[in-house]
Ligand binder design. Structure first.
Ligand SMILES: Nc1ncnc2c1ncn2[C@@H]1O[C@H](COP(=O)(O)OP(=O)(O)OP(=O)(O)O)[C@@H](O)[C@H]1O
Length: 222
C-alpha cells in the first residue's frame, strides 16, 4: 500500500443484485481494515456474483444497485481497473508464458520504474521464502508455491481491499491451513478489508471475523 494512503474500510450499502430482472442478493455490510468478512451460502445463491459486483465486472445478465464505499469514497461507478480491489480465485491465474519474477513485476503499477518493479518483486519473493524461484516457469511450482506467488502478485498491485473467491479450496488440508494463515496475516499486516467467499466453515473460523450467510434477499451478519 502506498504510504500516504490510510487503511480503508469496505462498505456495502444496500447492495441489491438482480439476475434477468429477478432479485438475487440483498446485502449490507461493513468490513473493517485488516479484518475478514466471510460470505457463505448454498451453491448458486450468488456469492461469486457479489464479488463481481464489488470488483466492477458484473456479467451482462445481471444488474446491481446500492453503493460500494472504499475508505469513505464511493467507487460504485468506477471501472474495475480503478477500484483497487485485489482478487484471488480458486484458480491462481498465474501467467503461464511469464517466469515467476515476470508475473510479479507485471503486477506492480506500471508508472513505477522497471528497476523498482524488479526490486519490489524480489522482496515479495523473499517475503514468502521463494527467492530461488525467480526464473521458474509457474507450471513447475508446487501448489503451495503457486499460491504464495499468486498472493504476492495481488499484494504488489497495491490493492486497497481483497476479494477472495474460494482461494484455498484446491489445496490439500495441511497446505490449506498454511496458506490461509498467510493470506489472513498479510491482510492484517496491510490493513486490508477482506471479503472471503467460501463453503468451508474452517475458513470462516480461521478468519475470526463476522460471517454472512446469503439466503436470497434476507442477509444478516452473525
Ligand atoms: N455469467 C452468467 N450469466 C448468467 N447467469 C449466471 C452467470 N454466472 C452465474 N450465473 C447464475 O447466477 C447465480 C449465482 O451464481 P454465483 O456463481 O454467483 O453463485 P455462487 O453462490 O458463487 O455459487 P457456487 O458456490 O456454486 O460457486 C447462479 O444461479 C448461476 O447459475
Amino acid at each position: 500500500m502506498n504510504k500516504q494512503e490510510s487503511a480503508a474500510d469496505l462498505v456495502l450499502e444496500d447492495v441489491r443484485i438482480l439476475r434477468a430482472g429477478q432479485p438475487l442478493i440483498h446485502i449490507a455490510a461493513r468490513v473493517e481494515p485488516g479484518s475478514v468478512l466471510t460470505v457463505m451460502g448454498e451453491s448458486g445463491i450468488g456469492k461469486s456474483t457479489l464479488l463481481s459486483y464489488l470488483a466492477g465486472f458484473l456479467p451482462p445478465d445481471f444488474s446491481g444497485s446500492g453503493r460500494v464505499l472504499l475508505g469513505g469514497t464511493d467507487i460504485t461507478a468506477l471501472p474495475a481497473h480503478a477500484r483497487r480491489m485485489g482478487l484471488l480465485f480458486q484458480d491462481d491465474l498465474l501467467f503461464a508464458h511469464m517466469s515467476v519474477i515476470e508475473n510479479l513485476m507485471f503486477a506492480v503499477p506500471h508508472d513505477v520504474s522497471r528497476a523498482e518493479r524488479r526490486r519490489r518483486a524480489e522482496a515479495a519473493l523473499c517475503d514468502v521464502a521463494l527467492e530461488n524461484m525467480e526464473t521458474r516457469d509457474p507450471a513447475t511450482l508446487s501448489g503451495g508455491q503457486r499460491a504464495r506467488v499468486a498472493l504476492m502478485r495481488v499484494l504488489l498491485s497495491e490493492p486497497r481491499a481483497l476479494l477472495l473467491d474460494e482461494p484455498f479450496s484446491r489445496l490439500d488440508m495441511a497446505l490449506r491451513d498454511q496458506i490461509r494463515a498467510l493470506v489472513f496475516a498479510k491482510a492484517r499486516e496491510r490493513h486490508l478489508a477482506t471479503l472471503l467467499v467460501t463453503h468451508d466453515v474452517r475458513d470462516a473460523e480461521a478468519a475470526k471475523g463476522p460471517v454472512i450467510t446469503l439466503q436470497g434477499r434476507q442477509d444478516t451478519a452473525k
